[in-house]
Design a protein. Structure first.
Length: 429
């Protein structure tokens, strides 16, 4: 017998179908709720709301499971790299050798940004935040490639392979250019012979006329960071991408909105906030103990801890914590912030405040320390997250765009403002 949920409102019973996901998660299908009952659900923060059905990423927050297209994150982190994983997320299958070659060639072809765009950078003050530039310029790409921005899902899907490659490849080039601009350095153009992560490092750090060879541990660490961020279900930025896409906006506009949503410190901005927090603790001469007390008394928030979905541990945090040790050791970097991070983690994991609230380190607790070690400046940390998250945004945009009965996303609200009032002329107020 098909399962159903019964809701009794004012003594009248209503039945709603139950949907079961591929991993057994259950949802009550309330799409007919308002029409049948006159009620809506109230779920501020959407903690209990399924906004879509998706086959991209699965998370079990209680068990600490994360899978992209069915593949465990641990296995991908060990055996794959960012570009292969991006292909998997975007197209749903691991690529064959030929498919990967074709995909990489397409990324290479799309690596440069239109030369006119260089002038955009001149208009920004040198201290501009690179997230603002990234979002603005990703959207501006639609001006150069109007054929990628029909704002008609059917037409935009016809160019999907090209737009997806452009978004994934150019996001990295724009990011590197914004860094060079902030440093007053000349732009470095992408190279055809370099792989994705190395090409980014090249555009960031090559000195003119010098040959750049990134140390293998740096390429590996960067690949890992990008791969671990590649998708994460219906988080704030991905939901934003889907929301924008649902109005039939093109992919580039949708991901530009995702970049804005990612910027905040409760989401992608956390990696930067973690390092600022560790630096402040270090500057105070604290080993983290005083800070923890301030967190417990509600004065401070332990950045890089806690997650809306993970209530056991964040599997990405485990992988990145291990990688952090390895990278710092192989680069011979000693970072006092790592000791503070380790201490904070130990104290927090034993403390009743954190245990009872199921607060564990998330992926951003250690990612900033690795990025510092490989020379990425702090204001670029969230940009790195945006580059990494691009495959997930693209895949989610595609799900919305190819939905056969897609509707514009439009939540309801419970209005709590004034009820009807009579207008009073200004001289009588
Ligand atoms: N430090 C201290 N206390 C915390 C923290 C934290 N980092 N996170 C949650 N809490 C406390 C809350 O104060 C609340 O306590 P209360 O029950 O006494 O009121 C309880 O834990 C539940 O927290 P919520 O705010 O309801 O959790 P929510 O799911 O809304 O927020 C979030 C999740 C935003 C990630 C939160 O844990 C946080 O702010 N963490 C720090 C920022 C961060 O690291 N963000 C990165 C997230 S991962 C990512 O985007 C890749």
């Amino acid at each position: 017998m098909a399962k159903e949920a019964r809701i009794i409102i004012e003594e009248k019973e209503y039945k709603f179908p139950v949907i079961t996901g591929a991993e057994g998660e259950k949802a009550i299908d309330t799409r007919a709720l308002r029409a049948e009952t006159g009620y809506i659900t109230y779920d501020e923060g959407y903690g209990n709301t399924g906004s879509c059905q998706s086959d991209v990423t699965f998370i079990d927050g209680e068990k600490g499971i994360l899978r992209y297209r069915g593949y465990p994150i641990e296995e991908l982190a060990e055996k794959s790299d960012f570009v292969e994983t991006a292909y998997l997320i975007i197209y749903g299958e691991l690529p064959t050798e030929a498919q990967l070659k074709g995909f990489s060639a397409r990324l290479t072809r799309h690596a440069a940004v239109p030369v006119n765009m260089e002038h955009f950078f001149e208009g920004y003050p040198a201290h501009s935040h690179p997230m603002a530039i990234l979002s603005g310029l990703m959207n501006s790409l639609t001006c150069f490639y109007p054929e990628y921005a029909a704002n008609n899902h059917k037409e935009d899907l016809q160019n999907f392979d090209e737009v997806a490659a452009a978004a994934l490849s150019k996001v990295r080039t724009i990011a590197a250019m914004s860094y060079r601009m902030s440093q007053g350095l000349p732009y470095i153009y992408p190279r055809r012979d370099l792989a994705y992560a190395d090409n980014f490092l090249h555009m960031m750090f090559t000195e003119p006329y010098a040959k750049f060879v990134p140390p293998p541990e740096v390429s590996k660490a960067l690949n890992l960071i990008l791969l671990l961020h590649a998708d994460h279900e219906q988080n704030c930025s991905t939901s934003t991408v889907r929301m924008v896409a649902s109005s039939e906006a093109n992919m580039l506009a949708s991901v530009a909105a995702g970049i804005c949503a990612l910027w905040g410190p409760l989401h992608g901005g956390a990696n930067m906030a973690v390092i600022k927090m560790l630096e402040a603790i270090h500057a105070e001469g604290d080993d983290g103990s005083t800070f923890i007390n301030e967190v417990k008394s509600g004065e401070k928030r332990l950045m890089g801890f806690g997650h809306r979905v993970y209530k056991n541990y964040d599997p990405r945090a485990k992988i990145i914590a291990r990688a952090c040790e390895t990278v710092l050791e192989s680069l011979g970097v000693e970072d006092p912030l790592l000791d503070i991070a380790r201490h904070l983690e130990k104290v927090a994991l034993e403390d009743e405040y954190f245990v009872s609230r199921k607060l564990y380190p998330n992926v951003d607790f250690y990612s900033g320390i690795i990025m510092r070690a490989i020379g990425i400046p702090m204001n670029m940390f969230t940009v790195m997250f945006a580059i990494g998250r691009m495959p997930g945004w693209i895949a989610n945009w595609k799900e919305v765009a190819s939905h056969p009965n897609g509707r514009i996303y439009r939540p309801r609200q419970v209005y709590v403002g004034e009820t009807t009032r009579t207008f009073v002329p200004r001289d009588k107020r």
